[in-house]
Design a protein around this ligand. Structure first.
Ligand code: M6R
Length: 365
């Protein structure tokens, strides 16, 4: 049932084009987005929204951090994102103008469920995004968006992250479009980019051999620094989590601009820097961090755009992704990081699908 792959994780990584395609299927209509029968919002409700809270744990939380950036760009809403185990104990403000979104692959994560119950008790409207029909989250929320990723067996979340990004981008596009925050021509343009994205994802999946080579060079290092800015910062966090989780290698993620505020002290030839640096509005800024790393003789691995020649002069190893509109780079840049973690774990002889100390869903606090 692994379809010839040695591990579920490898199979699930390679399913991501199909997962994104089925997440988007039937959702993008002429002039709007249809989130399906599970979501029942009136135009009045959408118009009255001022705030959106996104709450989750682990990889699902990183999907929310990507969504934060896209919601800020495509809507006029105030966006707050938090880890469920924090959010549930905070003094958050919830009103009739607040939509709270809970993202959980399993729909059974204890902290996420508790956070949802708290918002509900305060009278807030709750949307659940989950991969498991009939899960506790699916049953308890007002509105439900089901991912169509199929069962994910590997403990490391991969294809469900892709599905979550797809669902959250649909949500952002719907809010921007229906509320009139986005101009309709721009919304149409974004919808058409989104529709083509599964093909781009498949192009990245074909490039595994490049990532494997990078893993062969770097699997012996015990400490990594992951850097990114803007849309790439949550992807750096997700890449570091994948590496820790399945290879047991220490990896810390930082917003690239924070490097000078502390982590730069860690840099030396034994500490490689994995930088997520697509050609976007923040490219030059991140490039200056790459220079800083080089100056401290840290090896640099860059996930960079096709056609970016400059990065070859700066980084020791370059892993390529197709060029794309900057809002969409997370769909592409996360894939090499998943593959990097996979190959490092493989070379280190780890239990890839069932890493030590971890469970697929965390049903206790
Ligand atoms: O089922 P959930 O999405 O609520 O799970 C949240 C986290 O436990 C989960 O994403 C975890 O971080 C993964 N093992 C990451 O690969």
């Amino acid at each position: 049932e692994k379809d010839g792959y040695p591990h579920y994780m490898a199979k699930e990584i390679h399913e991501q084009g199909a997962v994104l395609r089925s997440t988007l299927k039937g959702r993008l209509l002429e002039g709007s987005v249809d989130l399906g029968d599970g979501v029942n919002w009136t135009p009045d409700f959408l118009g009255s929204l001022r705030r959106i809270h996104l709450v989750a744990c682990g990889t699902s939380y990183y999907a929310c951090l990507v969504a934060e950036r896209v919601l800020e760009r495509w809507t006029t809403l105030d966006v707050k994102v938090d880890i469920a185990s924090e959010y549930r104990y905070r003094d958050v403000r919830i009103g009739a103008d607040t939509l709270a979104v809970f993202v959980s692959q399993s729909g059974e994560t204890a902290d996420t469920l508790a956070a949802q119950r708290k918002v509900r008790a305060m009278g807030g409207r709750c949307l659940g995004i989950t991969n498991v029909r009939g899960s506790t989250l699916a049953r308890e929320v007002h509105d439900l968006l089901l991912l169509k990723a199929g069962p994910e067996i590997g403990v490391a979340a991969t294809k469900t992250f892709m599905g979550q990004l797809g669902a959250l981008y649909l949500l952002a596009l719907k809010l921007g479009w229906d509320r009139g925050d986005l101009n309709p021509a721009e919304a149409e343009r974004l919808a058409s980019i989104l529709l083509k994205l599964p093909y781009e994802v498949e192009r990245v999946l074909e490039r595994e051999s490049e990532v494997k080579k990078a893993a062969e060079t770097f699997f012996g290092f015990d400490n990594f620094l992951f850097l990114g800015r803007g849309f790439s910062y949550p992807i750096a966090m997700e890449g570091a989590l994948k590496l820790k989780e399945i290879s047991y290698v220490h990896a810390e993620a930082y917003a690239a601009g924070e490097m000078k505020h502390g982590p730069i002290a860690l840099l030396e030839p034994n500490v490689p820097v994995m930088v997520v640096i697509p050609k976007d509005g923040l490219y030059e800024k991140t490039l200056s961090n790459v220079q800083e790393a080089r100056a401290r003789r840290s090896p640099v691995v860059a996930v960079a755009s096709d056609g970016d020649d400059l990065i070859c002069q700066m980084a020791d190893t370059v892993i390529r992704i197709p060029r794309c509109d900057e809002c969409f780079s997370p769909f592409l840049s996360v894939i090499p990081l998943q593959m990097f973690a996979y190959h490092v774990a493989l070379l280190r002889g780890r239990e890839i699908d069932q890493p030590r100390n971890l469970a697929k869903s965390v049903t206790v606090e």
